[in-house]
Design a protein around this ligand. Structure first.
Ligand code: DUC
Ligand code: ZN
Ligand code: ZN
Length: 480
């Protein structure tokens, strides 16, 4: 099957050029100013439109068992919604319950993800530690295409990683050429503040941001960065939401440390007044962690993206219906944490980033796709428009618009934090490995089409870090 995209402007993270682009057998096979359509090819007229790498969302939680319930979005509905919004790959999370095998959990999540409509990969969370975790991390890197491990510094009594776990796991990541990632919030402080607030009678959603103030994130981000610095590990901080955490990242990067930061459209747009909405459903619908922040933080995060100190945008897509949120009706600490956004990320970032002049189109491609591909070592297979790259492409109509609503979005969830927002800049076509799955408002997603994305370890980091650490004999990773 061939698809010729004709007459568009190709936009990558480094280039903008007028060109046609031909896809065959899942790959991009030609890029040139004027290409003839092979016989039988589907031709997309992209005149007046931009042709960009499909979005990569490096942070999603499809059907995550969490806080006594399960996120409503499954791997099919979530990736299909992503395709409708121009996102063609996700990196989700395997989150083993403490004491259970990383490898077995990985296989469980792989089974769930078989229904994906778009390509997917997994970070694996390290929620506890013993020799089997050490061994499983090696097996996951060597044999299963995992090159990143997640550490929740929050969620005490559930998946929280103590400093001891962080140290052991970061050290193991270095040995393996994998990158540690962290959810940076001090779980002990959160727990303490939650108990205190509930005892004071503050039980509504307004208690949520009070229990997780910016200092809680700043402390954890600084601690994780310093642990990584001491050991010589790279580190990726998910959903950076505060000026203080960004400052910690910026400081470390200025010192030459390999620290990467991710942010979410919600944190760029909304402030913590959402939790004061007298409509409980509205306020609870915004409960996610870290919470939306006081006003100044949004400006700081945009500056982080502009300066390159934040490199990626993700969604933390973790969708709970209104009914699930009512689990915390009398106690905000029991409201399942999570918001959706996989379908909206690209349009919201285009409108609020490119549309306002905050970022260029090339920076848009970098922060929605190419940087994630580079950091997680799948570039130029993904995140790139080049001959030989996977034909994961979004044809972007800068004049098209839509008004976001839970009534019309493709996600299963009945709430949308961007409800009522009209975005200018929408996909006209989304292609995953050369096939069109979204076409001018029509979603054509196919259950099970998505492939698992193997992510090899970072040989170059490994070598560099061995030099820094100096104490170990380099042990190259043999991939089978
Ligand atoms: N934050 C959320 O809001 N949901 C899932 C996990 C997380 O860290
Ligand atoms: Zn998180
Ligand atoms: Zn998350």
């Amino acid at each position: 099957m061939s698809v010729l995209i004709k007459g568009g402007t190709l936009v990558t993270d480094t280039q903008t050029m007028q060109s046609d682009l031909l896809c065959e057998e899942e790959k991009i096979v030609a890029i040139a100013p004027s290409l003839e359509a092979p016989s039988g090819a589907t031709v997309i007229d992209a005149s007046g439109q931009y042709v960009m790498p499909g979005g990569i969302d490096p942070h999603t939680h499809m059907q995550l068992p969490f806080m006594g319930t399960v996120a409503i979005e499954d791997f099919y509905s979530g990736t299909a919604a992503g395709l409708a919004g121009g996102t063609t790959s996700i990196i989700d999370f395997v989150i083993p319950e403490a004491g259970t095998s990383l490898l077995e959990n990985y296989h469980t999540w792989r089974g769930w993800a078989e229904k994906s409509a778009a390509d997917y990969s997994f970070h694996v969370a390290v929620t506890w530690w013993d020799d089997s975790v050490y061994e499983d991390m090696g097996t996951l890197v060597r044999d299963h295409g995992v090159n990143s491990f997640k550490h929740f510094m929050a969620y005490k009594g559930a998946m929280m990683a103590t400093d001891e776990i962080l140290v052991s796991s970061f050290e193991r990541c270095i040995e393996l050429g994998a990158i540690p990632t962290v959810h940076a919030e001090n779980g002990d402080l959160v727990y303490h503040l939650q108990q205190k607030l509930v005892a004071m009678g503050i039980t509504g959603p307004e208690g949520h941001p009070l229990s997780r103030p910016p200092e809680v994130e700043a402390e954890a981000a600084n601690r994780a960065i310093r642990i990584a610095e001491t050991l010589g590990a790279p580190i990726y901080i998910v959903h950076v939401s505060t000026r203080e955490a960004l400052e910690a990242i910026t400081r470390a990067r200025t010192n030459g440390q390999r620290v990467f930061g991710e942010c979410l459209p919600g944190h760029l747009l909304f402030d913590d007044s959402v939790y004061l909405n007298p409509d409980w459903e509205q306020a609870a619908g915004h409960v996610m962690s870290p919470p939306f922040r006081p006003k100044d933080n949004q400006r700081a995060l945009w500056k982080g993206l502009q300066s390159g100190n934040l490199q990626t945008t993700a969604t933390d897509h973790c969708a709970f219906c209104n009914e699930q949120k009512t689990m915390g009706h009398n106690n905000f600490t029991l409201i399942p944490n999570g918001t959706a956004g996989i379908e909206e990320r690209m349009s919201v970032m285009w409108q609020e980033g490119v549309g306002t002049g905050r970022i260029t189109m090339n920076e848009f491609v970098a922060i929605t796709s190419s940087n994630a591909a580079r950091i997680f070592n799948i570039y130029p297979k993904k995140g790139c428009l080049a001959v030989g790259s996977d034909a994961d492409i979004v044809v972007w109509d800068p004049e098209g618009s839509r008004t976001i609503s839970a009534k019309t979005h493709h996600s299963k969830v009945d709430f949308n934090i961007f409800e009522g927002m009209t975005v200018k800049g929408v996909p006209s076509h989304t292609l995953s490995r050369g096939r069109i799955f979204y076409k001018e408002g029509e979603l054509l997603a196919e259950e099970g089409y998505g492939n698992y994305i193997d992510r090899p370890p970072y040989a170059s980091y490994y070598d560099a870090l061995q030099k820094i650490a100096g104490s170990r004999e380099p042990k190259p990773i043999a991939r089978q």
